[in-house]
Design a protein around this ligand. Structure first.
Ligand SMILES: NC(=O)c1ccc[n+]([C@@H]2O[C@H](COP(=O)([O-])OP(=O)(O)OC[C@H]3O[C@@H](n4cnc5c(N)ncnc54)[C@H](O)[C@@H]3O)[C@@H](O)[C@H]2O)c1
Ligand SMILES: [Fe+2]
Length: 388
């Protein structure tokens, strides 16, 4: 076995992690795009209501940009929302797109940047590597510490009633990502917990990914998990704890870099149908199935889980299996302490729904192929039953 397998690694070229950085957003964007004039700030009504859009927007205006705030993104954006946003960018003749929000706003910003100046329809770019040509300049500013979308090459769209599809392409890497905890202090505790657990899942699944796991993604996943596990509960308990908030943003970003190169697996595959059919937020869907997928994976992944246990629960001792189980319990405890839902029944799912969930999960072949252990339909149903 080759100890140094070949690998490739890509990420966003410029990252600014600085408290208060978005108050000088205009300068940061001007420095990178000297001749740009018209900025589209892409967000959603929930974030708009916080009033935190104002300072970055004012800073852009002060730097000479014409700013349009587009705030019609909805969570888990459906195709119609993406298409309306693209039309708004064309109408505004935007020459810079800035995603300012959670994964939903940042994913829509990516698709605007790709589609606004292109002839390609949205339907033609689903899948891997199907985006043609260049995109508009793109800046990403996360306001949840979760998806890591600011540094990933992925955008997720809700297609039809219940299914989600991904666009994966190198053009989706932004030009600049900015991490500023001042934007995240108002994030409610439950959303902080669910999005933070999503970020932890990114790190865990990247570290155990079957195909593209590599020394860089491993290093990032480990660093991410340390930051996230130490700061998630403090950020939930005191939303104004800026140090914990900045650490969460950094952890989520590092986890995003990891899973953008060593992709996520069965936790996400089983979470997507929960979000798609029952409209459960992405992070919570992941959290609900996480311990049950990990227990299923343990026969194959215990040695790697034990390595991660050394970061999350450093006092855990015993066999590889015992330390692997300690990591799983630690993840359950984070969910318990934060008070988020812990069973499928709590989010309105019944035993009679499990067959449909299992059928839908099996369609996520891209993700299931990365899982450290093969997942059959019967396995998927049994995992959902354990999570019920
Ligand atoms: N592109 C990727 O790499 C990637 C990875 C994982 C998930 N996703 C996608 O990202 C989406 C989920 O993103 P998310 O979990 O960040 O949630 P989100 O963007 O859907 O936002 C969730 C809610 O939080 C509110 N909110 C956001 N920031 C806030 C703040 N600072 N203060 C107060 N309220 C705030 C929003 O208004 C919204 O109501 C899903 O569509 C998911 O499929 C993308
Ligand atoms: Fe995720």
């Amino acid at each position: 076995m080759n100890d140094f397998p070949a690998f490739a690694f890509s990420t966003v070229a410029h990252i600014v992690s600085e408290l208060g950085a978005t108050r000088k957003l205009g300068e940061l964007v001007r420095a990178r795009f000297p001749s740009a004039q018209r900025v589209l700030l892409v967000t959603d009504p929930g974030f708009l209501k916080t009033g935190l859009v104002q300072a970055p927007a004012d800073s852009l205006a002060a730097a000479g940009f014409h700013v349009k705030i587009y705030s019609d993104v909805v969570a888990d954006p459906p195709e119609a929302v993406v298409l309306a946003a693209v039309a708004a960018a064309r109408g505004h003749a935007s020459d810079v797109v800035i995603g300012l929000g959670g994964g939903s706003s940042m994913d829509v910003a990516k698709l605007i940047a790709v589609l606004a100046g292109s002839e390609q329809p949205l339907s033609a770019i689903y899948g891997i590597g199907n985006v043609q040509g260049q995109r508009l300049p793109l800046v990403q500013i996360p306001t949840t510490a979760g998806t890591g979308s600011e540094v990933t090459n992925i955008a997720i769209v809700t297609t039809g009633e219940t299914t989600k599809m991904g666009v994966v392409a190198p053009q989706l890497y932004a030009d600049l990502a900015i991490l500023d905890a001042e934007l995240t202090t108002g994030l409610p505790p439950m959303v902080t917990a669910a999005t933070g657990i999503d970020a932890m899942v990114h790190a865990i699944e990247a570290y155990t990914s079957r195909h593209k796991k590599n020394p860089l993604s491993d290093m990032l996943a480990r660093q991410a998990l340390g930051l996230l596990s130490r700061n998630l509960i403090p950020a939930c308990e005191n939303g104004g704890n800026l140090a914990a908030r900045q650490a969460m943003l950094l952890g989520a970003m590092l986890a995003g870099q990891a899973f953008s190169n060593a992709p996520v697996a069965a936790v996400h595959a089983l979470a997507y149908p929960i979000g798609g059919i029952f409209h459960v937020p992405h992070g919570l869907s992941n959290s609900l199935v996480l311990p049950h997928v990990m227990r299923f994976n343990a026969p194959a992944a215990a040695p790697l889980y034990a390595e991660l246990a050394a970061i999350v629960v450093p006092h855990a001792e015993g066999s590889v299996e015992a330390r692997s189980e300690a990591l799983i319990v630690a993840m359950q405890q984070i969910a318990i302490i934060s008070g988020i839902e812990r069973s499928l029944q709590q989010v309105g799912i019944a035993e009679s729904d499990l067959d449909r969930l299992a059928d839908d999960a099996m369609l996520q072949t891209r993700l299931l192929g990365n899982n450290p252990r093969d997942v059959s339909r019967a396995d998927a149903r049994a995992i959902y039953a354990a999570a019920l």
